[in-house]
Write a protein that binds this ligand. Structure first.
Ligand code: AHR
Length: 494
């Protein structure tokens, strides 16, 4: 047992709301995310509703998925939405050049995606094609989806079976325009964003929330230039950062890694805090009121694909390490939620840091899924400022903070505290003071497992799962917690 960690939670301090959209997800036409992951077709033996698998929808509803970003990713900048509407057997096919060179038959298009979002009760976030599309194409997509009156696009939508428009607030204008989305310079992109954004119209009461392509990791010049030249035309600016344990040529295995590689993974994921702080400081100069949201619409772990699987499909397993990564990042987003308005984990089902894996008719919830289950209490709750003095997790001459935390108060006055102990060797004893609250009861839930690389399989889908937590107690209003090694804990106080 290491020395005590000290935590102060300021329940009496005015703060901001933690947007539920921080708990968003991202699904691309990539590998088995859309096809097999959600879409099985109406004639499939897998139970489905209008072609969308029921088990996946049910599982995502349990974690109250607030939004879903689609159709990419890199795929978005070569997707032509008109290929994905109308009778399925008449839709043209294309090659998915980014992801495995497979044939995309466009059977999952705009109507199917928006049906999926309605089944999930999630808000759609559509990424429009700037890289190989046109302003006209994007503008017509917004009209097709959101216009209620008489117009060529609204009439085409009706002809395709949808009378009423959908509500789609979130529109991304270009994805990774500095890379797969066109290899642009920031000032060129900033002008292009202004041009496209002008023609993303508000129809009726649908207010378009325009999200500009933001930086790749620590490219602060991108944020500076785009904010300076286009900041006042946008509502959100994205940021992409992936946690890659080794390097892009050999990223490391999802399940076979030693403690040194585990340590590096956690160290690299903690960099998210610095990224948000530094990009946020640049945004503060141009937007001191914090009107423009920082939208971390791609994040998560990226490993080598599972042996024997298509390298272009990005299929990876998901272990307790991923749950620790998720818990840390979501705490970081909560603590920066005065600027971070949305985040989207890449990529929901069967791709990268998935919350769900499928194999034919089988489905499992990954350790990362259970972190979203524990943290859902933070959605749209009031952030509570926290200050933590914590022990270090040391390996050789390297050290990082062992504990991560965030806290919120929901509309019923319940306080939720989420804690992560990244240290696989030492429990953490935490002494917490709640300023401005007289709490009488604490309950908790715990996610951990015997080994840091434990994961769920289709034969053993519940190896890593949530259990009741008995390690928290209250004495004279003060909270004591013993966090097990390598664990994620959610406490509820009332
Ligand atoms: O999530 C996989 C890919 O990562 C996305 O398509 C792209 O935007 C990013 O480089």
């Amino acid at each position: 047992m290491s020395a005590q960690n000290r935590l102060i939670i300021e329940v009496d301090k005015e703060s901001n709301t933690i947007s539920r959209h921080i708990y968003g997800h991202f699904s691309e036409h990539l590998g088995r995310c859309i096809y097999g992951g959600y879409w099985v077709g109406e004639d499939s033996p897998t139970p489905n509703t209008r072609g969308i698998r029921n088990d996946v929808v049910e599982a995502l509803k349990e974690i109250e998925i607030p939004n879903l970003r689609w159709p990419g990713g890199c795929f978005a900048d070569e997707y032509h939405w008109m290929d994905g509407i109308g009778p399925r057997d008449k839709r043209p096919k294309m090659i998915n050049t980014h992801w495995g060179g497979v044939v995309e038959d466009n059977s999952f298009g705009t109507h199917e995606f928006l049906d999926l979002c309605e089944q999930l009760g999630a808000e759609p976030y559509i990424s429009a094609n700037v890289g190989s599309g046109t302003v006209e194409e994007m503008s017509k997509w917004v009209e097709y989806v959101t216009f209620d009156g008489e117009s060529p696009m609204a009439n085409l939508r009706r002809q395709n079976g949808r009378n009423k428009p959908w509500k789609v607030r979130f529109w991304g204008i270009g994805n990774e325009s500095w890379g797969c989305g066109g290899n642009m310079e920031p000032d060129y992109y900033a002008n292009l964003f202004r041009h496209y954004a002008t023609f993303a119209r508000n129809y009726g009461d649908n207010r378009v929330y325009k999200i500009a392509c933001g930086a790749n990791g620590g490219d602060y010049n991108w944020t500076e230039t785009v904010m300076r030249q286009a900041g006042r035309h946008m509502h959100g600016l994205s940021l992409h950062y992936y946690t890659v344990p080794k390097d892009w040529n050999d990223k490391g295995s999802a399940t076979s890694f030693d403690e040194a590689e585990y340590f590096t993974t956690i160290q690299k994921t903690l960099y998210m805090d610095e990224l948000i702080t530094r990009h946020g400081a640049i945004m503060d100069r141009f937007d001191p009121q914090k009107r423009v949201g920082l939208i971390i619409d791609e994040w998560g772990t990226w490993y080598n694909v599972e042996p024997g699987t298509n390298p272009g499909f990005l299929y990876q397993q998901n272990s307790l390490r991923d749950a620790i990564v998720a818990g840390i990042n979501l705490n970081i987003f909560n603590n920066h939620s005065d600027r971070v308005q949305m985040a989207n984990l890449a990529q929901t089902v069967n791709v990268l840091q998935s919350v769900i894996l499928t194999d034919g008719e089988k489905m499992l919830r990954t350790p990362t899924y259970w972190v979203y289950y524990l943290y859902k209490a933070h959605q749209d709750a009031t952030r509570l400022p926290v200050s933590l003095t914590c022990n270090k997790y040391r390996l050789g001459n390297r050290e990082i903070d062992a504990v991560s935390v965030s806290a919120s108060k929901d509309r019923n006055g319940k306080i939720h505290v989420t804690l992560v102990n990244a240290d696989p060797n030492n429990e953490q004893q935490i002494s917490a003071q709640l300023i401005g609250a007289a709490v009488k009861r604490v309950t908790g839930q715990l996610l951990t497992s015997a080994k840091i690389n434990d994961y769920n399989t289709f034969d053993h889908p519940d190896k890593v799962k949530v259990t009741n937590f008995k390690g928290a107690s209250l004495k004279n209003g003060n909270l004591s917690v013993v966090l097990p090694t390598k664990s994620v804990v959610m406490l509820e106080l009332e």
